[in-house]
Design a protein around this ligand. Sequence first.
Ligand SMILES: NC(=O)C1=CN([C@@H]2O[C@H](COP(=O)(O)OP(=O)(O)OC[C@H]3O[C@@H](n4cnc5c(N)ncnc54)[C@H](OP(=O)(O)O)[C@@H]3O)[C@@H](O)[C@H]2O)[C@@H](O)CC1
Ligand SMILES: Nc1ncnc2c1ncn2[C@@H]1O[C@H](COP(=O)(O)OP(=O)(O)O)[C@@H](O)[C@H]1O
Ligand SMILES: [Mg+2]
Length: 284
Amino acid sequence: MENYILSDRFEVLKRFKPIPDDAHKGIQGHALIVGGSYGKIGSVCLSAKACLKSGAGLVTVYVPKCGYEVVQNVVPEVMVITDDYADHITTVNHKLKLQAIGIGMGIGQNPDTHQAMYHFFKMNVLPMVIDADGLNILAENKEWLEMLPKKAILTPHLKELERLIGNWHSDSDRMEKVQSFSKAFDVIVVVKDAPTFVVYADSVFENTTGNQALATAGSGDVLTGIITGLLAQGYTPLDAAVLGVYLHGLTADLAVPEMGHHAFIASDIIAYLGRAFLSLEKKK
Ligand SMILES: NC(=O)C1=CN([C@@H]2O[C@H](COP(=O)(O)OP(=O)(O)OC[C@H]3O[C@@H](n4cnc5c(N)ncnc54)[C@H](OP(=O)(O)O)[C@@H]3O)[C@@H](O)[C@H]2O)[C@@H](O)CC1
Ligand SMILES: Nc1ncnc2c1ncn2[C@@H]1O[C@H](COP(=O)(O)OP(=O)(O)O)[C@@H](O)[C@H]1O
Ligand SMILES: [Mg+2]
């Protein structure tokens, strides 16, 4: 492989930036998390909280009306904008000055939401992370991939990946297809697996953290929030993806000796983020 890198502590420390003494929320970046539909507002709550807990200064969420009270109650630190519709998103309409956007978790597959995504992709050039149903909508409308901003980050699990690139007959065939896809559309692909790979053109980063405790609902929604939070703080898209995936896995590695695999849930990834950041800051 042309440029294969193991994402270990040494590699990640080259990219990690502590928060400066004179920081304020205005320079820590404002992120927008767009997602949710009736019954899947939890995905947005997880993503938004993870985004804040990764250091973003301000987080706003954009949800259908049914999400308003849920988000305000579950994550009081975030601001909420609602769509005109109750159950699903029909347009992504805001006047915010943002540094990054995370979109797609729990957003569903309603035809109105497809249209909202079309206009969103057409209008937006901001650094962004696209996840879950956002990816499934792209897979149904592959010609829209041309509209994505350069170095947009796509975070598919293997089923979502298959919908985007078709099936593969071996691990090496899969990697070749992901690299071709990355080059064709100038996007970063986070192949969520065990282990997870971050792929950008010829560069492949194999992550070294994480374990089976992460096999739990909402784990990917949290990853999207972490990477979006890092993007909002000014990390390059590749650094945000590599560091985000490493920290996400590290939370599970730190938690398992204390709580085991079974009881670890997506909220625990968020709860252990502080310890994950601290362990990076410690001199070893
Ligand atoms: N609390 C909330 O609001 C939550 C909301 N959520 C939201 O729900 C929406 C649907 O998301 P989703 O990922 O569950 O559905 P979908 O894309 O059909 O994938 C399911 C199928 O894919 C497969 N598969 C999955 N992982 C795989 C892997 N690693 N490796 C291999 N295969 C894998 C597996 O297929 P099988 O192997 O059974 O054939 C499985 O049956 C989405 O918007 C999301 O954000 C969730 O985040 C949960 C918490
Ligand atoms: N056995 C495992 N070992 C390491 N990481 C895992 C394992 N199972 C799942 N994960 C990680 O958990 C996350 C699951 O994401 P995803 O399937 O999108 O969850 P959800 O949609 O429920 O939020 C990915 O980051 C994946 O790499
Ligand atoms: Mg997911």
